[in-house]
Design a binder for this molecule. Sequence first.
Ligand SMILES: Cc1cc2nc3c(=O)[nH]c(=O)nc-3n(C[C@H](O)[C@H](O)[C@H](O)COP(=O)(O)O)c2cc1C
Length: 190
Amino acid sequence: MVPKLSLITDQTSSVASSRPFADAMSALASGVAVVTCELDGRPWGMTVTAFASVSADPPTVLVSIDSDATAADALAASGRFGVSILAEDQLAVARHGAAPGKSKFLEAFVDPDHTDDASPMVAGALAHLDCEVERTIRVADHTVFFARVRAAHATHFGMPLVYHSRDYRTLGAPAGRRPPTEGRTTCLAT
Ligand SMILES: Cc1cc2nc3c(=O)[nH]c(=O)nc-3n(C[C@H](O)[C@H](O)[C@H](O)COP(=O)(O)O)c2cc1C
């Protein structure tokens, strides 16, 4: 049976309407990234999933940030930010950067010797992009930062950290592939 959709209207209060929206969006699996910048001369970063590639030529990305979050002011003030795409073993930095109202300075998680980027990079991340803000647009309660990618590198091989159904996860086997045990015979006794 097809489930009934919850109608979200302008008349519905945002709190009442946000639940079906949030439930629906929780079905979308996303990679997890930390958006970084310098704040008071120190490496700082917040965990995001609302990060996407917009254009390849010129390379452009967007990140959508709650306008009330510290990150919105920090990114706007700096005009530059980094994006570190997290590996599956980087749950600690993901949680650190997602704790509401808590300090998000990143000294414990960045490579102190890393100097070739303007923006701080989370050590051990799968990839890092260094971005320059081109345009910001306020949409509802978020600010969307469109940014030109000035430098990008995939730094580590490995599997990504994933966020799905309100939890951090790791990826399973590639879709369509047989599970490793399928088709195998196991010899229990000779
Ligand atoms: C997995 C995950 C992804 C998140 N993605 C975003 C995002 O894309 N944009 C955003 O504004 N907040 C996002 N958040 C929420 C912020 O990380 C969180 O509100 C942050 O701690 C606010 O920081 P502040 O209280 O220091 O301003 C995400 C949280 C989690 C757990």
